[in-house]
Write a protein that binds this ligand. Structure first.
Ligand code: CS2
Length: 478
């Protein structure tokens, strides 16, 4: 079978001249597209989300939205896309059926750790208008700041205008965090550069949403069947997608351009970001940790379990929604539960459970603190926190081992083993980690005692047993 590339795509287009509902191809002239976007964090998510927005703009005839896809460290994807001329196949699966799309927006790829000069030169190139980022929670540090600031310094030195730098990571106030990071690094090297960045560049807060599991060989086989071409970079996603971004662009006209491709441009992104971080990501983390210990491999397997389905509904309705401001939360919740149940996604719980020590503070703690401050119950999140502590034993309820991927992993696993069987000791040791829990929660007796209570229950009857006790207890609580 021929490999996917510009040449084989052109043949496919010639063979299928009319548009097909189940297979969408890039019909625009990819040679003409300029690199207008430098994307840092090339991965499955970007390719199934923003890159498809840019693909839609290119298809409308706006040639400014080609992407330089930059992997931060890993070379595999960047190097697999290069011989395919940046092309890849996306399977979009929902209850309505499956369709495929070959996306054309990625013009080039490179790797920041290997080719930093290429990234810096691209940020400083006249055609570049945007930098977008999906670098994950753990990457907001000096390495990222240095790369961006070098690029922006070169851009200023070349006498060019500013950029829109859009963080699309699952962080609260992601644009503000990115601006702070860049300005602090710029200040250190050159105060005038910091002034230039403030005056010329914008850092809109942004919420992105689409469930995009890690690509598998099944996607490759399915794509080959649909297109007749072998694509080493094929991946799959759901039909739902959302991108809500603050109206704060280096080129104000971009607001209308993005809106024309289905992006929601708003004055304040916070209500959308909070609802997504809590209800989608916060539920995801809880589901993933339970699923890991209960040996349920995917999110869909988890929400098919009646107690987990009940749990997620209860977590959102009873604990999270009272703090949130997104319009029509019940409909948002119901849609999320349906998305989680999508059987085609096969979204692995261990993928989501990775880096939980960084995700928990962003996804759960705002809710826990707000509710404790007003004297309200936090049972579902105390339960989930106890499940995390149990998960760190790195073996499921049947005693089968699994791997934990987390920057604090070694330390967390050592603590879990050291206090194995001792719920109070485990909770005390785990809550003493300020990067996860902050400083106030470990000292809160209500929180400490509820997490300890649930960890004791889990130790006694397993996660599934404790979950059914939580359900029974919540049914009788006022
Ligand atoms: C997930 C997210 O892996 C995770 O932590 O919660 O990747 C989630 O699928 C996306 O944010 C959905 O938009």
């Amino acid at each position: 079978m021929r490999a996917l590339s510009q040449a084989s795509l052109d043949e496919l287009k010639a063979a299928t001249p009319g548009k097909q509902a189940s297979l969408q191809l890039p019909h625009y002239d990819r040679q003409q597209m300029a690199v207008g976007v430098v994307h840092l964090g090339l991965g499955a998510f970007h390719r199934a989300h923003q890159a498809l927005v840019f693909d839609a703009l290119l298809a409308k005839g706006d040639a400014r939205w080609g992407v330089l896809g930059v992997g931060m460290h890993s070379t595999a994807l960047a190097d697999a896309l290069a011989p395919q001329d940046g092309l890849y196949t996306v399977q979009v699966a929902s209850a309505a059926g499956r369709r495929w799309q070959i996306a054309g927006a990625v013009r080039q790829t490179c790797v920041a750790a290997r080719e930093p000069q290429q990234v810096i030169a691209a940020i400083a190139a006249p055609s570049t208008r945007w930098v977008t980022l999906t670098v994950t929670e753990k990457a907001y540090g000096p390495e990222l700041a240095t790369l961006l600031v070098k690029g922006l310094a070169a851009r200023r030195a070349a006498g060019l205008g500013g950029l829109t730098l859009a963080s699309c990571d699952n962080l609260t106030g992601n644009g503000h965090k990115l601006r702070q990071l860049c300005l602090a690094a710029a200040q250190q090297s050159d105060a005038d550069l910091a002034t230039w960045i403030t005056a010329r560049c914008t850092f809109p807060n942004s919420m992105v949403d689409r469930i995009v599991p890690a690509a598998t060989l099944q996607h490759r086989a399915d794509a080959a069947e649909a297109t007749g071409l072998d694509d080493a970079c094929a991946l799959g996603t759901e039909s739902f997608w959302e991108w809500v971004i603050e109206r704060d662009f280096a080129d104000p006209l971009d607001a209308g351009v993005l809106a024309s491709a289905g992006v929601t441009v708003v004055d304040e992104v916070l209500p959308f970001e909070q609802a997504k971080l809590c209800m989608l990501n916060g539920s995801h983390t809880a589901i993933a940790l339970m699923g890991a210990v209960m040996s349920l491999p995917t999110v869909a397997d988890c929400v098919a379990h009646p107690d987990i389905h009940w749990y997620v509904h209860e977590l959102m309705t009873g604990v999270m929604m009272p703090q949130l401001r997104r319009p029509d939360l019940p409909a948002y919740r119901d849609a999320l539960l349906e998305r989680f149940a999508n059987p085609d996604l096969r979204h692995k719980v261990h993928q989501i459970a990775s880096d939980s020590s960084l995700k928990i503070p962003l996804r759960w703690l705002g809710t826990v603190k707000a509710r404790l401050a007003s004297g309200q119950q936090v049972e579902p999140l105390a339960f989930a926190s106890a499940v995390w502590m149990r998960y760190l034993l790195a073996e499921d309820d049947q005693g089968r081992p699994y791997a934990i991927s987390d920057p604090l992993g070694d330390r967390l696993q050592a603590l879990a083993q050291q206090h194995r069987g001792d719920a109070a000791g485990t909770v005390q040791a785990m809550l003493a980690l300020p990067s996860v829990w902050g400083n106030a929660l470990p000292a809160n007796p209500q929180w400490t005692s509820r997490v300890t209570f649930w960890l004791e229950r889990i130790q006694a009857v397993g996660v599934a047993g404790a979950l059914s006790q939580l359900r029974a207890a919540q049914a009788t609580s006022p």
